[in-house]
Design a protein around this ligand. Sequence first.
Ligand SMILES: C[S@@+](CC[C@H](N)C(=O)[O-])C[C@H]1O[C@@H](n2cnc3c(N)ncnc32)[C@H](O)[C@@H]1O
Length: 219
Amino acid sequence: MQLDVFTLVPQAFAWLTEQRPLASVLGGELDLRLLNYRDFTPLRSGQVDDEPYGGGAGMVLRVDVAAAALDAVYGGVPEHRVVALTPQGRPLDQQIVEELAAEERLTLLSARYEGFDERILVHLCSDAISIGPYVLSGGELAAMVLVDAVARLLPGATGSEESTRVESFSAELEGGLEYPHYTRPAEFRGWHVPEVLLSGHHAQIDGWRRDQSRLRSAG
Ligand SMILES: C[S@@+](CC[C@H](N)C(=O)[O-])C[C@H]1O[C@@H](n2cnc3c(N)ncnc32)[C@H](O)[C@@H]1O
């Protein structure tokens, strides 16, 4: 997958790109480009934003700057999906993540300050996605959430394919929550691991896990 992120703070992604599973797929299944709007702006002194028409606080990312960035990289508005990260977008969930992970090319646009000139969302983007009903200072954290969630679904991202096939929100668990996990010691301060997990009886363990998953998902 070719995944491009337009941002004013590309260095913010340094930590994420060093972590697995992202690091495992970088340069292989994932080609991640971090692109700074300032490198493409047609305005002087690296200007990318401006005051809002009608007045009010904050600065707004300019449409001509975003368009120039897309033109420079793709020769126009790309035919593949261009996702704006905004608190006003469609709430992110695992279904959207799976949908995006199946794309061959994907572009994310993040903003800062007051956000995007509305024309960016209407004319340059195919999707607007929110990572939750709260306001962050910038789209970098939101983009990183999306990049991480998508990258871990790419082939070879995790040690075992089962870890992403059977997990919360997966079809394997009927879209529900994952069952509880336990590891050694089997008893700690009188807190015991459920007996069935120590039984070695795979069918019973599987049944117990599915029951637990359904119980948790029912709320
Ligand atoms: C301070 S926010 C702008 C908020 C905007 N003025 C509003 O009230 O809807 C700056 C940028 O951070 C990003 N951002 C903030 N919260 C977000 C969220 N919940 N999901 C996705 N992106 C978010 C977006 O890129 C946004 O344009």
